[in-house]
Design a binder for this molecule. Structure first.
Ligand code: 5RP
Length: 231
């Protein structure tokens, strides 16, 4: 919605604003992507200054980065509760409903978000939208079900595009495929999420409905904080 002169500087500003919420002793969820990278560096800097923290990562790439900056990592497979997760987003609207997954990590990101007492997203101003749907919605599919899931998504009105890597079909950290689906604008994200979740073989999608408690959006050097109203 808002133009940014330096999106990477804004990503870093949003990340630093979110990392200011990190307190000693926390178990932190580390997101994935170019904005989350700034947050991981900042969490590493807190540890380097002596703050006691542990973390779980939402992707193998983020785990590698976290290890490189000295963040002690737990295995999410052994972790039921996370204090604060900081992650990026591809789109977020004023109700804090988001589309995530351009980086392909939406399944692990949602597992970590759902286990978190608080999840915040961080983004430059280009990610703030009035209506979701300009970004394609990624869905994760077990390879066995590719054709049947493609047909079911097409029946819902989208154009599923199989995500490709340099050496063939893209694979997630779980070894699954991704369809990037253009539904046009998404007037009923809850209804769409329910219909997607009901498709056998579709194991995850990038719609985040209730997980996000707060968004830090930086545009042209100014950070806005949008809190979900207490229900
Ligand atoms: C990865 C994600 C990312 O958080 C999202 O794609 C934003 O990435 P970036 O900060 O690089 O724009 O959902 O699965």
């Amino acid at each position: 919605m808002s133009s940014t002169r330096d999106p990477d500087a804004d990503k870093r500003l949003a990340a630093l604003a979110a990392v200011a919420e990190v307190e000693a002793g926390m178990l932190v969820g580390l997101g994935t992507g170019s904005t989350a990278r700034h947050a991981i560096d900042a969490v590493g800097a807190l540890i380097a200054k002596g703050m006691r923290l542990r973390a779980v990562a939402t992707s193998l790439a983020s785990a590698r980065q976290a290890e490189g900056v000295g963040i002690p990592l737990l295995d999410m497979a052994d972790t039921a509760a996370v204090d604060l997760t900081i992650d990026g987003t591809d789109e977020v609207d004023s109700a804090l409903i988001a589309i995530k997954g351009a980086g392909g990590a939406m399944l692990r990101e949602k597992v970590v978000a759902a286990a978190s007492a608080r999840m915040v997203v961080i983004a430059d101003g280009s990610k703030r939208v009035a209506r979701l749907g300009a970004a394609p919605l990624p869905v994760e599919v077990v390879p066995f079900a590719l054709a049947s899931v493609r047909a079911r998504i097409a029946a819902l009105g989208a154009e599923p595009m199989l995500r490709m890597a340099d050496d063939g079909p893209y694979r997630t950290d779980q070894g699954n495929a991704v369809f990037d689906c253009r539904f046009g604008t998404v007037p009923d994200p809850r209804g769409l999420a329910a219909r997607l979740q009901a498709i056998p073989g579709l194991v995850g999608h990038g719609l985040f409905l209730d997980e996000i408690a707060c968004a830090y959006i930086a545009a042209d050097g100014v950070v806005s904080r949008i809190e979900r109203p207490v229900q």
